[in-house]
Design a protein around this ligand. Structure first.
Ligand SMILES: CC(C)(COP(=O)(O)OP(=O)(O)OC[C@H]1O[C@@H](n2cnc3c(N)ncnc32)[C@H](O)[C@@H]1OP(=O)(O)O)[C@@H](O)C(=O)NCCC(=O)NCCS
Length: 328
């Protein structure tokens, strides 16, 4: 019998502190930095973002999202036999030890399941989902928690208006299980390391101190152009691999980075805007967390129904990108 993987639970979490564009503009104005709700909405579609309080780490957001996914699936935490956690803002410096291990402990998992962080920046969730699917289909693991979690506010330079208005904090998770019927229909992943410099945190550690900048740097226009072109291509690769046409896709869930990139992608794929799940307006770009956040919202409000086909697409620093075609 062929073995497949299926998503059997979803969960998400946004930290309580919500900061609207108006509030952020007022805060930035106090430091002499000018921006406005009008500029942010027109360039990105973002109206608000959430920021974690100082004592809240990526693992805390992740645990909240993961627990909801476990509850939806009706599984206990100790049934999980692998945790794949995508983040660029780990609890410990350099992700050492991994946030996945911290989450294992905070969820009370005592079965010594494997746990590891995945670093593919904003594509991290799609990368982790694809890896979980491969592990399950080989029979190596049966229940995999795939988490995207970020406290991006910690790496934002609030003196750089071109980046600080775009990102926020949050977490999303799915529980994947071995299944006799197809759930993940196809995944495709790519990277182009020659583009590392257009979206990065350029500093590193030397002799116990940060050498260079520990803030996010971005060439917005270069990222924009590359994102739209690779997202269209990889979507077609995943659909072709599964033998599914665009007209058979019920929902498109692109990385929630910027409404203009999302609209451009939907248009190139010939998908109407009504088929796209949009949450970027409410939480900004939450990097690896954005796709599972949007997926969970659309599952819980009843838009996505069992049996429907969902196309997820990630793109981000590295440069990395990927797509997953999923039957829910
Ligand atoms: C970042 C982005 C929104 C900027 O939009 P843009 O139309 O390219 O804007 P520009 O960078 O050309 O800047 C236009 C003007 O707005 C100004 N500006 C930049 N940020 C601003 C802000 N927050 N508020 C007000 N003005 C701002 C610029 O200084 C520039 O002014 P100038 O013309 O006087 O020099 C856009 O490039 C983008 O969406 N890129 C992709 C970002 C992304 O999604 N990254 C994550 C991918 S994972």
């Amino acid at each position: 019998m062929t073995l497949y993987s299926k998503i059997i639970g979803t969960g998400s979490y946004l930290p309580p502190r919500r900061v609207s564009n108006h509030e952020l503009s007022a805060q930035l104005a106090e430091q002499g930095i000018e921006t406005s709700d009008e500029w942010i909405v027109s360039r990105s579609g973002i109206s608000a973002r959430h920021y974690a309080d100082a004592d809240m780490k990526s693992s805390d957001l992740a645990v909240n999202a993961a627990q909801k996914a476990l509850d939806m699936a009706g599984c206990s935490a100790n049934e999980v036999d692998l945790i794949l956690l995508a983040t660029s803002t780990p609890d410990y410096f350099g992700g050492f030890p991994s946030t996945a291990c911290v989450v294992q402990n905070k969820l009370g998992i005592t079965n010594h399941c494997a746990a590891v962080d995945i670093q593919a920046v904003c594509s991290g969730f799609v990368y982790a989902l694809s890896m979980a699917d491969s592990f399950i289909r080989t029979g190596m693991h049966k229940k995999v928690l795939v988490i995207g979690t970020e406290v991006f506010s910690r790496i934002l330079d609030f003196k750089d208006r071109t980046t600080c208005v775009l990102f926020g904090d949050g977490a999303g998770a799915v529980l994947m299980s071995a299944s006799n019927e197809p759930g993940i229909l196809a995944t495709r992943l790519h990277a182009d390391g020659s583009q590392a410099g257009i979206l990065c945190v350029p500093g590193n550690v030397n002799a116990g101190a940060i050498a260079g900048s520990a803030f996010l740097h971005m060439d917005g226009q270069a990222v924009f152009k590359l994102a739209v072109s690779v997202l269209e291509k990889v979507a077609h690769e995943a659909m072709d691999a599964a033998g599914v046409s665009a007209s058979e896709v019920d929902w498109l869930i692109p990385h929630q980075a910027n409404i203009r990139i999302m609209q451009g992608t939907a248009k190139k794929l010939g998908l109407p805007m009504e088929k796209m799940v949009v949450t970027v307006d409410q939480h900004g770009n939450t990097s690896a967390a954005s796709i599972p956040l949007a997926l969970d919202q659309a599952m819980r409000d009843g838009r996505i129904k069992p049996g429907q086909t969902v196309l997820m697409e990630g793109v981000g620093g590295g440069f990395t990108w990927g797509a997953a075609l999923v039957r829910m």
